[in-house]
Design a protein around this ligand. Sequence first.
Ligand SMILES: Cc1cc2nc3c(=O)[nH]c(=O)nc-3n(C[C@H](O)[C@H](O)[C@H](O)COP(=O)(O)OP(=O)(O)OC[C@H]3O[C@@H](n4cnc5c(N)ncnc54)[C@H](O)[C@@H]3O)c2cc1C
Ligand code: SF4
Length: 577
Amino acid sequence: MSYFNIDSVKDRTFDAIVVGSGISGGWSAKELTGKGLRTLLLERGRDVKHVTDYPTTMKNPWEFDHLGQITKELKDANPIASRCYAFGEDSSHFFVKDAEHPYVQEKPFDWIRGYQVGGKSLMWARGTQRWSQFDFEGPARDGFAVEWPIGYADIAPWYSYVEKFAGISGNKDGLPQLPDGEFLPPHEQSCVEKYFTQQMSKHYNGSRPVIIGRCAHLTQPKDIHFQQGRGQCQNRNLCQRGCPYGGYFSSNSSTIPWAMRSGKLTMKTDSVVHSIIYDEKKGGAANGKATGVRVINANTKEITEYYAKVIFLNAATLNTNLILLNSTSNRFPNGLGNDNGLLGKYIAFHNFRTTISGEYEGFLDSTTEGIRPNGSYIPRFRNLLKQETDFLRGYSAGFGTSRMTNNDTSGIGEDLKNSLANTKYGNWRVGSHMMGETIPKESNYVALDKTLTDQWGIPQLKISVSYDDNDEKMIKDFHEQLTEMYTKAGFTNIKTHDKPDKAPGLDIHEMGGVRMGKDPKTSMLNKWNQLHNCKNVFVTDGACMTSNSTQNPSLTFMAITARAADFAVKEFKKGNL
Ligand SMILES: Cc1cc2nc3c(=O)[nH]c(=O)nc-3n(C[C@H](O)[C@H](O)[C@H](O)COP(=O)(O)OP(=O)(O)OC[C@H]3O[C@@H](n4cnc5c(N)ncnc54)[C@H](O)[C@@H]3O)c2cc1C
Ligand code: SF4
């Protein structure tokens, strides 16, 4: 294809371009098309069609070559991806192959990626809690990073907006640190989870609530979900394979088909966005405009340019950083919009390094039924109203329970059946994992490697991110506090399990590098997610986050995206972009 053919240029010109079709990109595509913009959605990976491209979704364990286990060969070939708990024989096809997508670990960092239509929305664990004003106020109150330009009140209506469409189940718990949302009915807690909730309420006078998790599952679909072609979750907990019922929210089951139905979406797969094209003569005043993106065909390596007045970057946090760093011009030699040198800096993540386990000897006449795709949740209780520990911020935690068994799987055929028939239940096993807020710091950064490139000639990303003293103190406190809570609940055999050599990244909640803020001198984006210095480029994935809370992030990415897209369409219609 020639760049100079006028018809061809017309064919490659849209109102808006969205880069990346994962959780945030799916929302950009849905909102921009829904509000009338002819939109091009560019995805570097292959197409994954809802239902038909979920090859393992209906398989029984014995239908897998290795009963669902990963082989040593697969593990050795993918030392990074295979460290993710969701990487299995049933789901490995949704994770990138380590060798095909190298990056430089200046410090150890497990970068978990899903390069396909739907991105990581296919494999995610669907935990969806709103952030609260405690989170948006964090940097200003505790004196780190930079002040957020928006607060909870700005985003609250957009949480409601995306929750209704995506379908979020949960209970209205009335907690200031975890605002209630537009919930579908909650899952039920197990008897031991209920017991723990009651014990914590009694021993801590309401200051350490334990609630059922809030998650993106259709416990009772509404009309808007049936209109998307989705149905009720069947409690199979095989979600990382893709769900044939559309029981959980993914871009594939929800936002992308919806955008397609608008007739305004063009999606191109195998399209690796190399950089954003910038024209300093367009747009007048001090700053020019982005005019489009440069794309490399993943298979043929052919380069094509696409043009639009509005560009949404949704390639996931670190890839969005990479694209901006790689978008150089005379005006921006260090990356698009990067006058202040902050691009790529102040990366934060969630500290998932440690867990606690125990046993409970009660309720031995009960067990669980079905496989509820959810657990209980302990919202942050540390340093909420005031600073009370020797570390900043706090942590939330999961809380899960299951009956132990003496599961005897010896023998095959008839013998195996007989062994299993003798299975006896033991005590309840209880456990929690910590999800700690980390402080965004200039020293946690990503940059382009000066010499190494990937197979498309794009510089490899160098990641330099590590834990700090605040994280170590938080881990110690988690061990002490959770041990105390488990002890008060009468749990026994309590053990903490820290893994100091577990690298950051496996939380898969990396954020920052293109942070929002009030001042162009100290931030990259304004309160509408526009690059301060190139207003028609919007960043609405995790790269935009100024700080990172203890809650899971993706619901906030969705809400921020819908809010920014609404603004972008209004500006586009006024001719301002
Ligand atoms: C196992 C697992 C469990 C998780 N659990 C939770 C959870 O419980 N709750 C929660 O909130 N979050 C969870 N997450 C994280 C969640 O999946 C991410 O926060 C979310 O998917 C981020 O959305 P995104 O749109 O930024 O990126 P993604 O969903 O990763 O989508 C990015 C897309 O951009 C494409 N892309 C990248 N680079 C380019 C390029 N140069 N050109 C074109 N396309 C490109 C990618 O191929 C991909 O499709 C989990 C993730 C995993 C893997
Ligand atoms: S648990 Fe629900 S969402 Fe997950 S695969 Fe089963 S039906 Fe689908």
